[in-house]
Structure formats: structure tokens, C-alpha cells
Write a protein of this length. Structure first.
Length: 568
């Protein structure tokens, strides 16, 4: 790069001159960068318009929906009712009185009791199975605190009670599978206090009563929900590591008795297609199957050869069949329904679904609901106007006295054509549409003078058309090829398509600008290389000049010194 400081020999700041010459030579490069900046602004504007056109295209889906354009509503005369109702576009308008006589209930299958092995009172509390996990701490019997640990057995607890509570003895009756607390001389036995820390009394289902105080039915022993089925405390299960299945409502429930627990088996039942919820009913001491759906339908259980369903008490239980709902419509005869949701499959009124949440008498009116159609039309107007305003913004030419300002896309014939074609489609009628609505203006929607934007110019016309001429509205919007939706959609697709094989107008323009900028990038890089070479040439020339100047100065100094010395 030459010497660090220019002009040491010549006194001439040639480095500044080089910088200025290079900067002057950079003018074409600066023009290219300015062109790139202008292209970036154009790209942003084109993407904005393209996005708004895509949004307009998306809004057409609601205008093409028969359900939205011909929607019906179901309203209750009593606005405070807890019932709900919906109607479809095909529901016949009218007033319907529903008299709901009785609700639908679910069928329940209560398994057999006595399925668990009797308690061994000599085992620790942590090992016995009573349907709840016992916690250590203290509980109160006749005002006396009894402290226990989970390592204690029932016999230890009974001894603790008998030894500390005057007159009270505790025993386990293996026949009835219950604990009995007896007070000498009779009288009431007070059990529990608000500051108890153990759940022993609740787990053993013991409450204050006259002597003897006993465990509430049916008994204490229960299956162990966690751990393998093989060790689940089932009195009639004597197999080991059985892998099989039984059926509920014809659906196979697989299990492995060595790896599955009863709880995981219940979860598998509940997640299956059997249509029931399986639980263990502690209060009854048996398993309970409840249909997930209401109505007078049964529950069936088919055992496997190893008999797990029988061991669970599910083959000898009792079913309580659910009831069908009973109702009438407009004073007609009673109709039954498996569900409290009364739809057209039971009452025959097309598209009307009524959910009766209580036994009551309700009147429902079905009629046209223009809310969805208005929303769709208003959304379309909003999206259409956004496109037209953006086109005007990006193509506007403003004259202020002698100053003329042009927007970034001023003079764009494509945008001018888009604006004109959109307006023409909304104005023009189409031969393929035969209804009374031929133009958007027939719906009370029109242009604001010479502006390209549209608005609802006559809300009364719009309301009347939507309420009374819904078929013509649907025909105007949805007729294949000739309806407004198809005509606009075809035009918009040609504009905003991003397909690599058939790109839309905007994609073609954006790709062209992108190619221009890439070409300018290469030209700018090439200019940089040429300018660097030019700088190096100039600097080397000036450095050579400096060196020559330095040589001249040295020779001059030498000569001057030599001749000055000779004259003395």
C-alpha cells in the first residue's frame, strides 16, 4: 500500500487525491446500490399487495359456504333456560314445543361381592388391603389417643385400644369381615377427633355409634389395585403369569396377570371401545361397570378360560338398565331417545338438535340467521377495500405546485389492470346466474362514487335479500364458473399463485426483481475489484514519484554541500 504518510518527499497529499478519484469512479457502483434499494422497496410493496390479494382470496371461502349463507338459528322463548339447541341450514323454519318428560340414564353393572381374601389381623397394616392406604399417626377412641405405625398389625392396634381405653375392646370378625368395638355395659362409643393424624378410622369405615361400633358394610377386605394381578388379594384367583383376555360388550380386554395391575386393567377397559367406565366401588366391595352412553342398553361380560372376569366378580353381577329419555313435540305422542340430546334421528326435524338438561317444557323457534352471511360479506368488503387502497397507495402520483411525487409502483400497468378488473367483476352480471341477484349492488353493496372501495350502501336491501332470497344469494356467490366466488378466485389465483410450474403474476415480478438484484450484486463485486486495482495503480505511481522526488532531493543536497565546500 506504499508509505504510511503521503507527501513526505514531495509535500503533496496525494493519498487524499487518490481517495477522491476512487470515490468519483464509484459513481456507477452507487447508482447500482441505489437501484437495489429501489428494487427492495418495490419488492416490499409487491409482497404487501400480494398478501392482501391472498387474504381477499381466503375470504371467498365463507362466501362459498352454503351453511354460512343459509344459516338457521334455534332460539328459546325462555332466555334463561339451561337447554341448548342448534339448527342447520336445511332445518325447516317454525316453532316447536318440546315437553321433556324424563331424562335418559346410564346402565350400571354391579359386580359380585366377596371377591377379596379375608384380612389376616396378624399382618402389618402396610400389607393388608382395605381399599385405602393406611397412614401412621394417632386417632381417638372415647377421648383417648391411640398411636399407630404402619408396621403394627391389627392385633397390635386392638391390644392398644383394649389396654388404653377403659371398658372398650376391639376385635376382627372374619365371618362378617368387619372390626367390632364393644363397650362394657353398653352405651355410645365416640370415635375420632378433629386433630387426628391417622386415617385408621376412615379406612376401617368406623364411626361413632352405640356399642358395638362396627365397620360399615359390606366388609373390609378389598382387591389390591397396585402390584401384579397375581398378588392382588383376589380370593378365587390361583393362576400365575397368565396372558389372556376376556370381553366386555364383545371387545377383547387383554392382560398379563404377572405384569398388569388391577388399576392398569381398569385403565385399559376405560380406554377401549367397550363403551364402559370401570371402577372399584369401595362402599359396595365390588367392581362397577357404567355405560358411557345413556339409554336402555345392556352390558355383557364374557370370561376367558382362566376366569379373571369371574375372579373380579364380573360374571355374576347385577345389571341395572338405564332409562331412555321420553319427550314429545308440539303435543304429539311420547317419543323415546337413548340420549338427552334430541336430534333429527329421534324427532325427525331436519338439522335440529336439542340438548335437554332438565325435565321441562321449552318452546324453540327456528328461523333464518343472517349473522354469518353478514360477517362473510363484511369481511369480503374489508379485504377488497384493503387491496384497492394498497394499489392506490403504491401507484399514486402527487402534484404539489411544480413538485411531482411518484409512489414506488407508479405507472405499473399490472396494478392498474388488477384494480380495474376487480371493479369490473363486481359490476358485471353473468349469464350463468339466473336468480334475481346479478350484481353485488343487488345485495345493497356498492361503490362509493368514483372511489374503488365498496361498502354496504343499503342495509335494508341486504337484510331483506339474506332473509327472503337466500337461494338467489347462494346462486350469485356459488354458481360454478359463473358465480362471483369462482370468477374472483380464478382471477386471484392467476395473480398470487406461488407454483413453481405456473407462477402467478406477482411471483413472476418478484422473481424478476430478485434476478436483477443478484446481477447487480455481481456487478458491484466486479466494480470493487476494478476500483481496488485502480487504487493500487495510482498509489504505486505516486509512491514511485515520491521515491524519485526523494532521490532528487538527496542529489541536490549532496551537490549543494559539495560545491559550497569548494568555494571556501
Amino acid at each position: 500500500m506504499g508509505i504510511a504518510l503521503s507527501g513526505l518527499a514531495s509535500g503533496f497529499d496525494w493519498k487524499s487525491i487518490v481517495d477522491q478519484l476512487i470515490e468519483v469512479s464509484r459513481a456507477p457502483q452507487n447508482r447500482m446500490r441505489k437501484e437495489q434499494s429501489a428494487n427492495a422497496t418495490k419488492t416490499s410493496a409487491l409482497n404487501d399487495v400480494k398478501g392482501l390479494l391472498s387474504s381477499l382470496k381466503s375470504s371467498l371461502s365463507s362466501l362459498s359456504s352454503t351453511e354460512a349463507l343459509q344459516k338457521k338459528s334455534a332460539t328459546f322463548r325462555d332466555s334463561t333456560t339451561d337447554w341448548t339447541a342448534t339448527a342447520s341450514a336445511n332445518s325447516p323454519s317454525g316453532t316447536y314445543n318440546f315437553n321433556f318428560v324424563s331424562e335418559a340414564t346410564t346402565s350400571k353393572y354391579q359386580g359380585a361381592t366377596g371377591i377379596a381374601t379375608a384380612i389376616d389381623p396378624s399382618q402389618s397394616l402396610s400389607l393388608i388391603s382395605v381399599g385405602r392406604t393406611l397412614t401412621a399417626g394417632n386417632f381417638t377412641v372415647d377421648g383417648v389417643k391411640i398411636t399407630i405405625t404402619t408396621a403394627d398389625s391389627l392385633d397390635d392396634v386392638f391390644s392398644n385400644i383394649s389396654g388404653n381405653v377403659p371398658g372398650v375392646t376391639a376385635t376382627y370378625n372374619a365371618v362378617s369381615d368387619r372390626i367390632e368395638l364393644t363397650k362394657a355395659g353398653g352405651g355410645n362409643i365416640s370415635l375420632g377427633a378433629s386433630n387426628d393424624t391417622s386415617n385408621f378410622l376412615q379406612a376401617m369405615r368406623l364411626t361413632s355409634s352405640a356399642s358395638p361400633a362396627t365397620t360399615s358394610g359390606p366388609g373390609l377386605s378389598s382387591p389390591r389395585m397396585s402390584g401384579a394381578i397375581d398378588s392382588a388379594n383376589l380370593s378365587s384367583w390361583g393362576f400365575t403369569a397368565v396372558s389372556s383376555s376376556f370381553k366386555i360388550n364383545g371387545v377383547g380386554i387383554t392382560y398379563n396377570s404377572a405384569t398388569d395391575s388391577i388399576q392398569s386393567l381398569l385403565n385399559r377397559i376405560n380406554d377401549s371401545e367397550a363403551g364402559v367406565t370401570a371402577t372399584y366401588d369401595v362402599s359396595a366391595g365390588s367392581f362397577l361397570l357404567t355405560n358411557k352412553e345413556t339409554g336402555n342398553v345392556g352390558i355383557s361380560v364374557t370370561d376367558d378360560t382362566d376366569g379373571l372376569a369371574a375372579a373380579l366378580g364380573l360374571t355374576s353381577g347385577t345389571i341395572t338398565t338405564g332409562d331412555d329419555a321420553v319427550f314429545s313435540v308440539n303435543g304429539g305422542g311420547n317419543i323415546s331417545s337413548r340420549s338427552n340430546i334430541l336430534d333429527e334421528s329421534v324427532h325427525g326435524i331436519t338439522g335440529l338438535s336439542v340438548t335437554a338438561n332438565s325435565v321441562d317444557d321449552e318452546t324453540i323457534t327456528v328461523g333464518g340467521d343472517t349473522t354469518a352471511a353478514k360477517d362473510a360479506i363484511n369481511t369480503f368488503i374489508e379485504k377488497y377495500n384493503a387491496v384497492q387502497k394498497a394499489i392506490e397507495k403504491y401507484t399514486k402520483v402527487t402534484v404539489d405546485g411544480t413538485k411531482v411525487s411518484s409512489a414506488v409502483l407508479a405507472g405499473s400497468r399490472e396494478l392498474a389492470t388488477i384494480s380495474r378488473d376487480l371493479r369490473r367483476i363486481l359490476y358485471a352480471s353473468q349469464s350463468g346466474v339466473s336468480g334475481s341477484i346479478q350484481r353485488l349492488s343487488d345485495l345493497g353493496v356498492g361503490f362509493s362514487g368514483i372511489e374503488n372501495t365498496i361498502s354496504i350502501t343499503n342495509s335494508t336491501t341486504l337484510n331483506n335479500r339474506l332473509a327472503s332470497d337466500s337461494d338467489d344469494v347462494i346462486e350469485y356467490f356459488t354458481t360454478a364458473d359463473d358465480g362471483l366466488v369462482d370468477r374472483l378466485d380464478a382471477m386471484l389465483d392467476r395473480l398470487v399463485s406461488s407454483s413453481s410450474t405456473t407462477p402467478g403474476t406477482f411471483q413472476v415480478q418478484l422473481d424478476s426483481i430478485s434476478k436483477q438484484n443478484k446481477s447487480l450484486d455481481k456487478q458491484i463485486e466486479e466494480y470493487d475489484r476494478r476500483l481496488e486495482a485502480q487504487r493500487a495503480l495510482l498509489e504505486n505511481s505516486f509512491i514511485a514519484m515520491e521515491r524519485a522526488q526523494s532521490g532528487f532531493q538527496q542529489q541536490s543536497a549532496y551537490l549543494q554541500k559539495t560545491f559550497s565546500g569548494g568555494s571556501k
